[in-house]
Write a protein that binds this ligand. Structure first.
Ligand SMILES: [Cu+2]
Length: 284
């Protein structure tokens, strides 16, 4: 009750969010953030209590002479207290975790947008879909390359459903600002989750599962725009515009039409003679 009186976000940001990037950019992220900050506060309260007891004992019962102190064998109320208290702490943490987790995993019957996330060694493809499931059609698609970071443009305030699939090994879709990541599996497993974004901006995304030699190059950028701009973007893409032309259509021209939060890494594959037929042929 005391905690509900003050904002967890104000408290958290005063302490660097206790290690998280921020309070997130989606409704789901805000709930996870509050759980995180609440858990840290609970841990600190228990910690301060325990430290207090330790230092009190150290000072109060320090050695004063050679006389043997009172030899207490057990204390029933104490035994009960330190069995019941941790169980209560765990029960409360479990209760709030279960509530937030259920909410984050919740799927709606009619999402506003469906994006198929296809991971492969070592890039991402984002397919805008006309329905749910494997059999739905793709209306627009963005695929990354070694030279161009793929952009995933999405609107605020809409239920966005992500459907994940991999062409080879296990990858993991991760946007730190979503405070969320989920593995991308090959084969029949099609991981699905939903997000409602509430903060416009551009955010870096990464593969968070070590998937091979060029794992580090699996970067993308999430571009969150207003629903109006998103509709314009998607309309342009449906009319055959490239990702960069689509970005220009909603006001991101020139350099802005490319990723701004991260840039392609220099692969040096040529210089190092890795996977290069020419290099192999030349005997390098
Ligand atoms: Cu990967």
């Amino acid at each position: 009750m005391v905690l509900s009186g003050c904002s967890l976000q104000d408290f958290g940001s005063a302490f660097g969010n206790f290690g998280w990037p921020s309070n997130g950019i989606s409704l789901q992220a805000h709930k996870m953030y509050d759980l995180w900050i609440g858990s840290v506060i609970a841990a600190l309260v228990v910690g301060i209590f325990v430290w207090g007891l330790i230092f009190w004992c150290v000072i109060r019962y320090r050695k004063r002479g050679d006389e043997l102190p009172v030899q207490t064998r057990f204390n029933m109320p104490m035994e009960v207290l330190y069995t019941v208290t941790p169980i209560l702490v765990v029960a409360v943490l479990f209760y709030y975790t279960a509530i937030v987790q259920t909410d984050v995993d919740k799927l709606s019957k009619n999402p506003d947008q469906v994006v198929e996330v296809v991971a492969f060694k070592w890039q991402w493809q984002f397919n805008y879909r006309d329905g749910m499931g494997q059999d739905a059609g793709t209306v627009a698609s963005t695929v990354g390359s070694a030279d161009v970071i793929p952009l995933l443009v999405l609107p605020t305030g809409e239920k966005i459903r992500f459907e994940e699939t991999s062409k080879d090994v296990i990858h993991s879709f991760w946007v730190p600002e979503l405070l969320f990541k989920r593995d991308v599996f090959p084969g029949n497993v099609r991981n699905v989750f939903e997000v409602t974004l509430d903060k416009e901006g551009r955010y870096v995304g990464r593969c968070a599962e070590l998937c091979g030699t060029y794992h580090a190059f699996m970067q993308f950028e999430l571009v969150v725009v207003s629903p109006e701009k998103f509709d314009q973007y998607l309309a342009a893409r449906k009319n055959g515009a490239t990702t960069q032309e689509g970005m220009a259509a909603i006001g991101f021209t020139g350099k802005e039409s490319y990723a701004v939060t991260t840039e392609p890494l220099n692969t040096r594959r040529q210089a190092n003679g890795w996977n290069q037929h020419d290099a192999v042929a030349a005997g390098k």
